[in-house]
Design a protein around this ligand. Structure first.
Ligand SMILES: [Zn+2]
Length: 140
């Protein structure tokens, strides 16, 4: 069901115009209004799904296929040397529209975009402790 106030549902329904680059039965792709680089594209499922925790595995192959098609085309159209596929979950992670979406960002050698700062664990046991904590919390 589309959500009335969801901008991506309204774009997917055609209620709000977008710079569409691809569409099939399950997904739609359009240019991000505030691109990192020109060609920065968003891929959304047509169905309203909040985030990765709500995302049904049955749609994963449709999204993966769309990501490949769009990324290939975007690299060809922009001359990018690479691209990032990014998907944010939650405000703290930078999700601003709560309809799951994948960013396909064209990248160029030396473009200066830093995706994240890398850290480190205090020591090997701290790392093992964290792995244990997460593995115990994984629902099988
Ligand atoms: Zn939506």
């Amino acid at each position: 069901m589309p959500e009335e106030n969801c901008i991506f549902c309204r774009i997917a329904n055609g209620e709000i115009p977008s710079a569409k680059v691809y569409e099939d039965e399950n997904v739609m792709a359009f240019l991000d209004l505030a691109p990192v680089h020109a060609g920065h594209t968003l891929i959304v499922p047509k169905k309203h799904i909040k985030d990765a925790l709500a995302f049904p595995a049955e749609l994963a192959s449709a999204v993966a296929a769309a990501v490949q098609k769009v990324a290939r085309a975007l690299v060809a159209a922009t001359g990018a040397q690479g691209f990032n596929v990014l998907q944010n979950n939650g405000l703290a992670a930078g999700q601003t529209v709560f309809h799951i979406h994948w960013h396909i960002i064209p990248r160029f050698e030396g473009d200066g975009l830093e995706m994240w700062r890398q850290g480190s664990y205090l020591d090997a046991s701290a790392m093992q402790e964290m792995a244990k904590k997460i593995s115990l919390a994984v629902q099988k």
